[in-house]
Design a protein around this ligand. Structure first.
Ligand code: BG6
Length: 474
């Protein structure tokens, strides 16, 4: 018998700036993500915030979901999805971010997408924003460093909750909010140098604004859509001490706290007791205004959405070198790595979920999980093309098994959304060749290709998994 509950949410995850394209269509203006090129230097270097007409930006056309969403959703439906985690591009709804009137055409686009999903019985699980803000908010205000963004976010949330109240029940605040700690340009909309002595102060002040904004969103969401649930989203990963040396174990605990700080605040609605000592050490002195803490306390998140790709190893006296999703640790000799060096670890997923659930006792939603790999398109013998992606099937099978094991241990997991159910632009590298999908999108790293979609072997595999509610992992 399946270990997954009957109403389990099965599906995939995509993000506006990584799939939609049409970056200036129907009134949209650029977002911060539209200034990110391909490759490390062009994504994380000094070009942030600028668009150079001689350079290629993958988000500008991405996989053209904006024009092909019907075809893509039909393919998701064919696999049996009953949920799709997706994001709204803030800059489609409020192109500048600080104007008073929303862009009707942008609103209409998501109406159409939600209608198309609901037609097939697919629940949209909507990220209010995934790794982008309207570029204007970054250039004029310095992104979330500025408290005024709370008001702009609130207006945006109010608009989308009112507009989609009959279509969207599941909502999520900022994607992977904890990454602001090391990559403020993704969610925060600003750059701060690693050597900047005020770095921690700037980042945690911005995070405070985001916490207040999330609490406001939670309050509004429950008022406008009483039957809704709204969660947080964090970049999750299991951390191990390199040895049983007490210093390594201690360092690992401190590292965990750094990530859990964000979920502690958002799931419990209060700054945890250790904040005081942590901020003292980091020389952070937050500007907290009257009403902020009360608002946060009264509006914690309903569930915890998190991504999980890998685990990391922590050693007390060395800074790590294994690559991860926007973070680094030491290589783990017991684990295999992807072509991009991400070491995958399904057992780590089970133990991580147990830790999260024991800590918060609120439902979990696995909002992203998957293997980024190079795929080779081949003739399928029936006049079309396919990819024999057994490596992806193996990864996903082991991680879905890991979810079943966590459920067995009493974890309340409400859904599983694998990342990039259709190939899309990589967040960390901007490449298309780092593919995660069940569906191949024929676009390369320079944006060339037919943009046609092809079913991979994993497409048929996932269909069986969903059809058996996770029992047949074949
Ligand atoms: C998550 C992000 O961290 O990892 C996604 O939320 C991202 O946006 C995913 O695409 C996979 O990372 P990457 O860098 O391989 O695209």
């Amino acid at each position: 018998m399946s270990k997954f509950p009957e109403n389990f949410l099965w599906g995939g995850a995509i993000a506006a700036n990584q799939c939609e394209g049409a970056y200036l269509e129907d009134g949209k203006l650029p977002s911060t993500a539209d200034t990110l090129g391909v490759g490390f230097e062009n994504r994380f270097g000094t070009s942030y915030g600028k668009i150079d007409s001689n350079r290629y930006y993958p988000s500008h056309r991405a996989i053209d979901f904006y024009h092909r969403y019907k075809e893509d959703i039909a393919l998701f439906a064919e696999m049996g999805f009953n949920c799709l985690r997706m994001s709204i591009a803030w800059s489609r709804i409020y192109p500048l971010g600080d104007e008073l009137k929303p862009n009707e055409k942008g609103l209409q686009f998501y109406d159409d997408v939600f209608d198309e999903l609901l037609k097939y019985g697919i629940q949209p699980i909507v990220d209010i924003t995934h790794y982008e803000i309207p570029l204007h908010l970054s250039l004029k205000y310095g992104g979330w460093q500025d408290r005024r963004l709370i008001e702009f976010y609130e207006r945006y949330c109010h608009t989308i909750f009112e507009r989609y109240k009959n279509k969207v029940k599941y909502w999520m605040n900022f994607t992977e909010i904890n990454t602001i700690n090391y990559l403020p340009q993704f969610n925060g909309g600003f750059v701060v140098e690693r050597q900047d002595k005020n770095r921690a102060q700037i980042i945690f002040q911005a995070a405070h604004h985001m916490f207040v904004a999330s609490a406001k969103a939670n309050e509004l969401c429950h008022q406008i859509i009483p039957e809704s649930v709204i969660g947080m989203n964090m970049a999750g990963k299991q951390l191990y001490p390199a040895t049983c040396k007490p210093e390594d174990v201690y360092e690992t605990l401190l590292n965990k706290r750094e990530t859990m700080f964000f979920s502690d605040v958002m799931m419990n609605g209060v700054y945890p007791a250790y904040t005081k000592s942590m901020f003292k050490r980091l020389e952070v002195n937050l500007d907290i205004r009257e009403g902020d803490l009360e608002l946060m306390k009264n509006n914690p998140c309903d569930y915890l959405g998190f991504s999980y790709y890998m685990s990391n190893v922590i050693q007390s006296d060395t800074k790590g070198s294994a690559i991860g999703n926007m973070s680094w640790g030491l290589p783990n000799p017991y684990l295999k790595g992807s072509e991009w060096g991400w070491q995958y670890d399904p057992i780590g997923l089970t133990s991580y979920m147990i830790e999260l659930y024991d800590r918060y006792n609120k439902p979990l939603f696995l909002a992203e999980n998957g293997l980024g790999a190079k795929d080779t398109l081949k003739d399928d013998g029936n006049g079309s093309y396919t990819v024999e992606d057994d490596y992806r099937i193996e990864y996903l099978r082991e991680h879905i098994e890991a979810c079943a094991n966590a459920i067995d241990q009493g974890v309340e997991l409400i859904g599983y959304a694998s990342w990039g159910s259709i190939d899309l632009v990589s967040a960390s590298t901007g490449q298309m060749s780092k593919r995660y999908g069940y569906i191949y999108a024929d676009v390369d790293d320079e944006g060339n290709g037919t943009f046609e979609r092809y079913r991979k072997k994993s497409f048929y595999w996932y269909k069986k998994v969903i059809g058996s509610n996770g029992e047949n992992l074949g």
